[in-house]
Design a protein around this ligand. Structure first.
Ligand SMILES: Nc1ncnc2c1ncn2[C@@H]1O[C@H](COP(=O)(O)OP(=O)(O)OP(=O)(O)O)[C@@H](O)[C@H]1O
Ligand SMILES: [Mg+2]
Length: 331
């Protein structure tokens, strides 16, 4: 097979003594798209976050084991974390542009690393925005605030910002789940081009997206590595029953509903406002069931919740004229 980019050995992540990721050992190939799949809560996000030590920001998480590339163990306490995060960039579910211009968002990283040469800086800005498929849309408005861009454009700006510091590895945690289909398509197309030069680790809930993009697949379930291998093999002929069921869509997440609201009387947009008010009053990880009675609400409420970062567990019909949406609060 291809060269290995990253060697992972006995990776374990604990929280209050409970293992969230268990004994993960595998090699990840270089310059490929590696999709990390598995049901909500299986550990995709913390797995990705451990590569650039974003797990350090999660109080109480204890990480053990090795994530080795270029002869360095990312998890070693003596590792230079600033350098690590330059080599391993991360795109999140929702873009967070810095409160400055489009240009300065991209120039921020190189400037932080001491680049002062204006010409060089300008060429990096152009090159990174081009690599992120955003240049043509912003070249005449580089000095406008980044917050003026659409969410889809902001997500490509996040990509440009990461590329500007010349990483080797890109981590993408469900990078398109809050985007409309056109913006998602643009990100997907760019990732397919970028794999020529970068190793891309991407988590996704969307099995169709994994089939479109993945060269290699990692299937996690309840914090354990169930199966990994070339995408063709995993999708055509998975070895494990759990992988087969997940890929075929036969897996249903088990959950317990913590709260239920009926927004049938509310109309749009009050039904969404009521939903947001309720979810904001809940704790992270809790599950809310929302009863709606219009197709519009069935489409708009989940979309709004996902944009806010929450996880839709499912949507289903209840009676002739009503549906339920089940969502897990994430942040
Ligand atoms: N900062 C944290 N502190 C404590 N537990 C956490 C923390 N982050 C995640 N967990 C727990 O670790 C497990 C894995 O979470 P993670 O967010 O990685 O799952 P995921 O596969 O990304 O799920 P999703 O598909 O919903 O994004 C879950 O049980 C979650 O509750
Ligand atoms: Mg996640």
């Amino acid at each position: 097979m291809t060269n290995e980019a990253i060697h992972i050995e006995d990776l374990n992540i604990y929280y209050e003594g409970k293992a969230l990721l268990k004994d993960i050992t595998l090699d990840i190939p270089e310059k490929k798209i590696i999709c990390v799949i598995g049901p909500s809560g299986c550990g995709k996000t913390i797995f990705l976050r451990s590569f650039n030590r974003f797990t350090d920001f999660n109080e109480g998480l204890v990480t053990r084991g090795k994530i080795l590339f270029d002869g360095t163990n990312a998890l070693d306490t003596s590792t230079d974390v600033i350098k690590l995060r330059t080599q391993v960039g991360m795109m999140l579910q929702k873009p967070y542009p810095l409160p400055m211009s489009i240009h300065d968002n991209v120039a921020y990283g190189p400037r932080l690393h001491g680049l002062k040469d204006k010409k060089k800086l300008e060429s990096i800005v152009k090159e990174s925005l081009t690599e992120a498929a955003l240049w043509d849309e912003v070249k005449d408005r580089l000095h406008e605030p980044a917050t003026k861009l659409s969410i889809g454009q902001q997500q490509r700006l996040s990509l440009a910002r990461i590329l500007a510091v010349k990483p080797r590895i890109l981590l993408c945690d469900e990078p398109t789940s809050a985007l409309d289909p056109v913006s998602s398509h643009k990100i997907e197309q760019q990732l397919l081009k970028l794999k020529k030069n970068y190793t891309i680790l991407m988590s996704t809930h969307n099995i169709h997206q994994a089939k479109r993009l993945a060269d290699y697949v990692i299937f996690l379930y309840l914090g354990s590595l169930i199966e990994h291998g070339p995408a063709k093999e995993i999708f055509r002929n998975p070895k494990e029953e759990a992988t087969r069921a997940y890929i075929k869509g036969e897996y249903y997440e088990e959950y317990k509903v913590d709260k239920e609201i009926d927004v049938r009387e509310y109309g749009t947009p009050s039904n969404f406002m009521k939903t947001m008010e309720t979810i904001e009053s809940m704790q992270i990880g809790q599950v809310l069931r929302i009863i709606v009675d219009t197709r519009e609400a069935l489409k708009d409420i989940p979309q709004g919740l996902e944009t806010e970062g929450h996880k839709i567990i499912h949507r289903k019909k209840r009676g002739d004229k009503d549906w339920e949406i089940v969502v897990r609060k994430v942040e």
